[in-house]
Ligand binder design. Structure first.
Ligand code: ADP
Ligand code: ZN
Length: 726
């Protein structure tokens, strides 16, 4: 810094903090900093990584101005990406620093990887030959450099053999460039023969991916119609013109079979990105995406914030999936953000689903999106035959939850040596435990929810905050021993019932809280796909995206579960989930059956599922949304105010309500207790802001928050634009 003249350059740097704007820093003389550079800057007593932003740093009191410490040797974050950060910040009302923070989540990747030591063959001969030595030399004769352990492993010999040869000068040490995490994909590798319907759809997508230009296409095709093969053609077209591709997949950590499928088509796997990656791998992928070495990423929603240098296509698979919504710090829906990303980058976005969101269907109807329909399964594999079991007419036996009709069907499936899936979207053994003597119910001390019994773990667990305790023998209220009763079923309890009826069957229970985490789940899912289970009892985790060839029966234990919570999206969600889960049956072409246990078989959702007439269902739902001007026909936002004390939360929510600006197009409703009025010890109140489609809901919210008193003490205000439930 030029202290004497005071003319040193000042630039804005976006730091990963809840700051409303970038902070200003001085650029030391000669430091090569440009917009997008990742830099290390002092922040209070700490040093943090930030992104050099656009524009100038403004005027700052020179005494307060601190210099940038260092520039990382890393490709800069593109202007496109910086505009994306700003846009998300404006749209979600989150500080831009918190959005930028999502981009800076692989700190080890900002510095290049140190080169690895490699070995290359010289002209020197070893003093004597052995079989082991011969094997090593044979491999190394290709002239390539090898790592020490790589060569030992490939030759099937011990490291000491390699070291011995190196000592004699048979190998020399060279520097190896960082190894690519994945090999480059080959767009021509395994092109499949497409059906006529697929070919037409693929042609449309290929055309769009083959040139610059923003577009959104809804690829709407029944489960098993071959959507993946179709969008792979768009991926191929983007790769052919040298673009990077992002494929978003809701549960990529658990659908690793997708990577193999990609490999079959492109001759190499995509890089996969999700929260369960080991830190080292995470950093290498981040770095290689920035450097352009990784061409295709298959990732969870956070992959949107990878530093692509030349992105040319995003595919959002299962675009309707609620897992795309992040409800933590920055509240965003990755599907909607992907569309914006395509808009900013001027490239196409493909949304694929068998059960598109109402939003996407409406956008297709209005012409904002293109829509391509694939209406039958590939190779004429039949969709499962679907039937409702009216639980009023065919009730389960006492103490059970499975109708005799369903139990018979499981028996028949077993006889045919095929697989059954029993789906219940409820983890644990029983959702409620109470004392038969005094009626005491076990409730979470920190949340307004019941504790769920998990019998395998022998615990009562809160599904909202994780609070847990051993299942007691005596009631804590009246002290009576052994009189606790489990009310209602969870997957563990259904598995118990299955075991009673089919003690010799191989039964697997699958839910996200299984001991052993993601690794164990992956193994179990593989085992199911390989036919190593007869009966699978699982939550929505098994409903998504898996291909279980031997599965020919799907039983939905309680189809009504999500319908009665008063949420206007309940019907849509239930329809999507039931379509997905019944779609697991019959994927390999065998005749298959879906049985849906319900107490309301006449409900429009059940009728749509059973009849397969989704059009009527969509029409109804869309008309309903339009009538009440709910999204996408109107704008909606939720404001959640939480605090340690109920009074504080409610008081601040009221203050916000009073600060709502006058408007003809927007109104504020509430405050009311939020759906989960106590969560992890915090009391929660909710305001809803609702208005017409054209209304500027962000400006309205910003004014409201600015006018209200600043939240003090433990009070926190969270804004959720386009909330999932309302
Ligand atoms: P969707 O994504 O629509 O549920 P998939 O893309 O998974 O459907 O396809 C269903 C099954 O059909 C898969 O096993 C897939 O390998 C197979 N399939 C789809 N299209 C083709 C094709 N053109 N050639 C060979 N197999 C195909
Ligand atoms: Zn809790």
């Amino acid at each position: 810094m030029d202290k004497d003249s005071g003319t040193s350059r000042v630039i804005p740097v976006m730091v990963p903090m809840p700051a409303e704007r970038p902070y200003s820093y001085a650029v030391p003389e000669g430091m090569p900093v440009a917009p997008g550079s990742i830099v290390r800057v002092p922040l209070g007593p700490r040093q943090v990584a930030g992104i050099a932003w656009d524009g100038d740093g403004g005027t700052v009191d020179p005494k307060k101005l601190r210099p940038i410490e260092a520039v990382f040797d890393c490709p800069p974050i593109s202007g496109e990406m910086r505009r994306f950060v700003e846009w998300i910040s404006t749209y979600t009302l989150s500080p831009p620093g918190m959005v930028a923070r999502m981009l800076l989540r692989a700190p080890g990747a900002f510095d290049p990887e140190p080169p690895q030591q490699g070995l290359r063959l010289t002209d020197n001969r070893p003093d004597r030959m052995t079989t082991a030595r011969e094997r090593a030399l044979e491999l190394a004769r290709d002239g390539q450099a090898w790592t020490r352990s790589g060569l030992a492993h490939a030759a099937g010999i011990s490291l000491s053999v390699i070291d011995g040869l190196a000592k004699q000068g048979v190998f020399k040490t060279v520097e190896l460039p960082p190894q690519p995490v994945v090999a480059p994909p080959d767009p021509l590798y395994g092109r499949p023969e497409l059906s006529d319907g697929q070919a037409e759809a693929a042609e449309h997508l290929r055309e769009q991916a083959a040139r610059d230009g923003f577009s959104v296409t809804l690829l709407d095709g029944v489960t098993g119609s071959g959507k993946t093969e179709v969008y792979f053609e768009a991926v191929a077209a983007a790769l052919e013109r040298g673009k990077q591709v992002l494929i978003l997949i809701p549960e990529i950590a658990l659908t690793q079979a997708f990577l193999d499928r990609f490999h079959d088509r492109f001759g190499s796997k995509p890089a996969d990105w999700h929260s369960d990656l080991a830190p080292k791998k995470r950093e290498r992928i981040w770095r290689q995406v920035a450097e352009g070495q990784v061409r295709v990423v298959a990732g969870a929603r956070s992959a949107l914030f990878l530093p692509f240098s030349d992105l040319g296509l995003i595919v959002v698979d299962e675009e309707h999936d609620p897992a795309y919504k992040q409800e933590d710090r920055v509240f965003y829906n990755a599907r909607d953000m992907a569309v914006k990303r395509g808009h900013l980058g001027n490239f196409p976005v493909v949304l694929a689903s068998a059960t598109p969101s109402i939003e996407s269907r409406v956008n297709a109807q209005s012409g904002r999106y293109d829509r391509i329909v694939l209406s039958s399964r590939y190779a004429d594999a039949a969709l499962p035959d679907l039937k409702a079991i009216d639980m009023r007419k065919a009730p389960p036996e006492r103490g059970g939850f499975l109708s005799p009709v369903l139990i018979r069907a499981i028996g028949q499936t077993l006889e045919r040596k095929e697989q059954s899936l029993l789906f219940l979207n409820r983890r644990g053994y029983a959702p409620l435990t109470l004392c038969r003597v005094c009626g005491h119910r076990f409730q979470c001390p920190d949340c307004s929810s019941w504790l769920v019994e998990h019998r395998f773990r022998k615990q009562l667990i809160c599904h909202h905050c994780g609070h847990n305790r051993p299942v007691p023998e005596a009631c804590p209220e009246c002290g009576t021993l052994d009189h606790l009763v489990a009310c209602g079923p969870g997957v563990e309890r259904i598995a118990e019932e299955v075991d009673r009826h089919f003690p010799d069957a191989r039964t697997i229970v699958l839910s996200s809280d299984m001991l052993g985490g993601v690794k164990r789940l992956r193994l179990e899912l593989e085992a199911i796909a390989d036919g190593e289970a007869d009966i699978v009892v699982g939550t929505q985790l098994v409903a998504k995206g898996h291909n279980f060839p031997a599965m020919t029966l799907v039983g939905v234990v309680d189809a009504d579960i999500g319908l009665s919570n008063g949420d206007p999206r309940a019907a849509e969600r239930t329809f999507q989930l039931l379509s997905q889960v019944t779609g697991r049956a019959g994927r390999s072409g065998r005749k298959s059956l879906g049985l849906i246990q319900t107490y309301q078989p006449e409900h429009p959702v059940m009728r749509a599922i059973i009849s397969g007439d989704s059009e009527a269902f969509y029409e109804r739902e869309i008309a309903e949304r339009e009538r009440s001007s709910l999204p996408p026909f109107g704008r909606l936002a939720a404001i959640i105010v939480s605090a340690n004390e109920r009074k504080e939360a409610e008081g601040h929510a009221r203050a916000l309500r009073l600060a709502a600006p006058a408007s003809d197009v927007l109104e504020t409703l509430g405050p009311a207790e939020a759906p989960l009025s106590l969560l992890a010890g915090r009391h929660r109140f909710r305001l809803l802001v609702h208005g017409t489609r054209r209304a500027d809901i962000q400006a309205y919210l910003r004014q409201m928050i600015a006018t209200a008193p600043k939240p003090r003490g433990s009070i926190r205000v969270q804004v959720d634009i386009d909330p999932q439930s309302f």
